[in-house]
Design a protein around this ligand. Structure first.
Ligand code: NAD
Length: 349
């Protein structure tokens, strides 16, 4: 049994908590929250953009700590799950690794590449794992696309375009602060940079044009280059100034023998497929696969199952790998740099 200490009881803390209840071999045995109400199990104030609202939770048998250091001193905890705001990820991960715990950290791994590197090196030194909660590859549509690409069944990957757009989340504290959240580049688009890195490999250069808000990217289009000059990848992401565009994500992926299409949006308060997952084949047929797991909570359960498997087997899952999560941050930073400098920027470690 893997014993988990959950740090930060907000929206993601709640979603992870729900997911742990459904995954065998791993369980939450401790939580850290500054809120006395939450330490008493009253999580009813929690709200997010998917999943059920927070509830009164039975914390019988769960150790509760006001501060994270106290939780880290618990010798029975094997792994610390960090569902804290991004600005706290590095410090807490470093402390947890020093305390001999594995770490599972929500995206974005950190707000700077240097911090990502620090975390990766600390995990190596401590001989512990640092896994990153990039859930998108566990979403059925993205899982389907990844499988189609990796199977080779439809030939070589030739390119793709990826979209992720939301309205300005003006109600979120610190969203537009580079020190705290990093705006839509690190909060939102990092999902796609991680997926692109996973599905397409390492970009070698990027050209981005768009709108800045002070020192942060607000809305942009990017063209990514790869060692294979015939691989053509573009992405669009960021926030719209008006409030109606609650959420949109999707892709069009080109393989030698098939095109994969998908787009989902929340329009007028209702989430719907603008284009259901569709495979266009060489014979001009449009095939719509029936994908299991439409509930986002199931994707988080799959993610936690992968966490448990990594820790049990000692083999870091490719999807949760911190080096990949670091590369996703690098690609975000390079896009902002390209916008700021108004030129093509190369990428290399
Ligand atoms: N994978 C996804 O789809 C997804 C969705 C939303 C958020 N996230 C990520 O999850 C992380 C958390 O985001 P969230 O939306 O849950 O934020 P949130 O603000 O809802 O939750 C964070 C919680 O941490 C608590 N906290 C802050 N400082 C603390 C401290 N020192 N000790 C203990 N608790 C402390 C806050 O009080 C809050 O309850 C972020 O990295 C975010 O990017 C991922």
């Amino acid at each position: 049994m893997i014993n988990v200490g959950l740090a930060g009881i907000g929206f993601m803390g709640w979603i992870h908590w729900l997911a742990y209840q459904k995954v065998p071999g791993i369980r939450v045995t401790a939580i850290a929250s500054q809120s006395p109400k939450k330490r008493a199990g009253d999580w009813r104030s929690i709200q997010g953009n998917f999943g059920p609202p927070g509830e009164q939770v039975d914390l019988t048998g769960i150790k509760t700590s006001k501060n994270i250091d106290q939780m880290l001193a618990d010798p029975n905890i094997d792994m610390v799950d960090i569902t804290l705001p991004p600005a706290l990820h590095t410090d807490v991960a470093l402390k947890a690794l020093k305390a001999g715990k594995h770490v599972f950290c929500e995206k974005p791994l950190a707000l700077t590449t240097a911090d990502c590197q620090k975390m990766i090196r600390a995990a190596q030194r401590a001989d512990r794992m640092i896994l990153v909660g990039h859930v998108l590859p566990f979403f059925p549509e993205y899982k389907w696309a990844l499988k189609a690409i990796e199977s080779g069944k439809y030939g070589k990957l030739k390119g793709g375009s990826f979209r992720r757009v939301i309205s300005d989340p003006s109600w979120l504290k610190n969203y537009w602060s580079a020190k705290h959240v990093g705006g839509p580049m690190l909060d939102l688009h990092v999902h796609d940079t991680h997926f692109i890195r996973l599905a397409c490999g390492e970009p070698t250069a990027v050209t981005t044009r768009g709108r800045m808000r002070k020192n942060l990217a607000e809305f942009w289009h990017s063209f990514l280059e790869f060692k294979d000059r015939n691989l053509v990848v573009e992405t669009t992401s960021g926030t719209t100034p008006q409030q109606g565009r609650a959420f949109e994500h999707g892709f069009e992926i080109h393989l030698e023998q098939a095109t994969l299409m998908f787009n989902f949006a929340v329009i007028g308060g209702e989430g719907k497929y603008m284009c259901p997952p569709t495979l266009l084949n060489n014979r001009g047929k449009a095939l719509e696969p029936k994908l299991a797991g439409g509930d986002p909570l199931e994707s988080f359960q799959a993610e936690i199952r992968e966490v448990a498997k990594s820790i049990k087997t000692g083999q870091v899952s490719e999807v949760l790998d911190a080096a990949l999560a670091r590369d996703a941050i690098v690609l975000c930073q390079k896009q902002t740099e390209s916008m700021e400098k108004n030129r093509r920027v190369t990428i290399g470690h």
